[in-house]
Design a binder for this molecule. Structure first.
Ligand SMILES: NC(=O)c1ccc[n+]([C@@H]2O[C@H](COP(=O)([O-])OP(=O)(O)OC[C@H]3O[C@@H](n4cnc5c(N)ncnc54)[C@H](OP(=O)(O)O)[C@@H]3O)[C@@H](O)[C@H]2O)c1
Length: 436
């Protein structure tokens, strides 16, 4: 049997200890599949004294994380620390520069610095992989990089954040409001103490930017992702959506439009959307993730599973290590980084679709007429209009409408016409209706 693949593990939290447990539990099977043993030779975290529920005595504790990146007895550095910059990024740069393999679960770092790291990996001929950075245990990076490699993908979309999906699907199940379900998610360990990255859509945006790059062969452009979270979604919206035949999900959607003039327009958006009951994403509940890829020959593919947690995420990390052990790392973004296209950021106004729009308005005569006039003047055609939730104090009502298919630009114009109107007591919420 070949020499073992020797790894240094930085970060011994949820995922790091999961990797240790997996390599201990499935040691023989991993070795057989990898064709060689995968051995942890060095570990590091902040607090050496902390009880992590795993036996660290077989491994050499390194006090300085960065020193692991240049050790002669290390082939691959595994970064499970987190943070887009700081020590994780320094470790990545040092390890790749030293020609070490580098595996990470850090979506924030890959979304912000993935291009630089892939370029460094190419220069040093060092393997670089991040399956665990997107959708935890779901092998979607590999699925897009390898499984759909023969297809032109036109659309990649999905439920990329388990915290938001848990909150929205529990709001749907219980009728409770957002704040109540956020607390429940925190109590169950599905949301961090500071949940802002999740509920504001940033975490999903990191993952979407990575998937778009892999699936479309384009350079990562995280700054171009239009991101909205779920904090404005009310129990009333969920009930309205249900009455209309939809569920509400936070969906990341990337579309690539290859124009006749040869230009490529990449639209990347993370938004709460209305998903038809019959769509496979409507059945995705709780902290589950799901990614849909639409290929010209493969048709619609659905990848679904646990998007987080120690075991699923460790499964993805070790899958990358097995690839490295086999000498099958491949190009991290499916094609050599130097050949990734630089697309033009898509214009959201060009989107053709139907929208759900919810207004919170003063409960007095003439308000509905004002809203419908603004819609008419901007060229928005209304398919249905529902007024619900009359406030017993006579203060506010919620008016929801669904538009006919049309350019998003018109909806934006209509809302601009209503901007500043005393009839509107809160900013309107627009949620696109996901196309089948
Ligand atoms: N948790 C998941 O389900 C999941 C899923 C997919 C991807 N990820 C990604 O995986 C990575 C790790 O996540 P996690 O949930 O395992 O995080 P975690 O439980 O907070 O663990 C982080 C580890 O990094 C160590 N660390 C933090 N700052 C450090 C520093 N300055 N120097 C040395 N060590 C430091 C911590 O040390 P101490 O323990 O000593 O404090 C801890 O062991 C993140 O990038 C995350 O986005 C996580």
């Amino acid at each position: 049997m070949a020499e073992p693949l020797r790894i240094a593990l930085a970060g011994l939290g949820t995922v790091g200890t999961g990797v240790i447990r997996l390599l201990e539990t499935n040691r023989d099977m991993v070795e057989r599949r990898a064709g060689r043993a995968i051995e942890i030779v060095a570990v590091n975290a902040r607090d050496r004294a902390k009880d992590r529920g795993v036996d660290l005595s077989p491994y050499f504790w390194v006090d300085d994380m960065q020193a692991m990146a240049t050790r002669a007895d290390v082939d691959v550095v595994v970064e499970l620390v987190g943070g887009s910059d700081g020590p994780a990024l320094t470790l990545a740069r040092t390890a790749l520069d030293a020609g070490k393999g580098f595996v990470t679960a850090n979506k924030a770092m890959v979304a912000h610095h993935g291009m630089e790291l892939a370029e460094l990996a190419a220069i040093r001929n060092a393997p670089f992989a991040f399956e665990a950075a997107v959708a935890g245990g779901i092998p979607v990076v590999k699925g897009l990089r390898e499984g759909t490699a023969a297809n032109a993908l036109t659309r990649i979309y999905g439920i990329l954040n388990g915290t938001c999906n848990y909150i929205l699907s529990e709001m749907e199940r219980t009728g409770a409001d957002f704040d109540t379900m956020l607390v429940a998610a925190q109590e169950k360990g599905f949301a961090e103490a500071d949940p802002s990255f999740d509920i504001e859509g940033v975490d999903a945006a990191h993952k979407l930017a990575i998937l778009a790059a892999i699936g479309f062969g384009t350079r990562i452009d995280f700054g171009a992702v239009h991101t909205e979270g779920i904090t404005q979604v009310s129990a009333t919206d969920i009930a309205q959506a249900d009455a209309l035949g939809y569920v509400v999900r936070l969906v990341g959607i990337a579309t690539l439009d290859d124009r006749e003039d040869g230009s490529h327009h990449l639209m990347q958006r993370v938004r709460p959307c209305l998903v038809p009951f019959r769509h496979p994403l409507a059945a995705v509940t709780g902290p589950t993730n799901a990614v849909v890829a639409e290929g010209d020959f493969s048709g619609r593919l659905l990848f679904q599973g646990a998007g987080a947690g120690d075991r699923p995420t460790a499964s993805a990390v070790v899958a990358d290590l097995i690839d490295f052990a086999r000498g099958q790392a491949g190009a991290p973004f499916s094609v050599p980084v130097a050949t990734l296209e630089k697309p033009i950021a898509g214009d959201p106004g060009e989107r053709e679709g139907r929208d759900y729009i919810r207004f919170t308005v003063a409960d007095r005569p003439g308000v509905l007429a004002e809203i419908t006039a603004a819609m008419r003047d901007a060229g928005v055609s209304i398919e249905s209009l529902i007024q619900r939730g009359r406030d017993h104090d006579g203060g506010e009502v919620q008016v929801a409408m669904v538009t006919h298919e049309g350019p998003e630009r018109c909806v934006t114009q209509a809302l601009a016409l209503l901007d500043g109107s005393p009839s509107l007591t809160a900013p309107p919420l627009v949620m696109p209706i996901l196309k089948d």
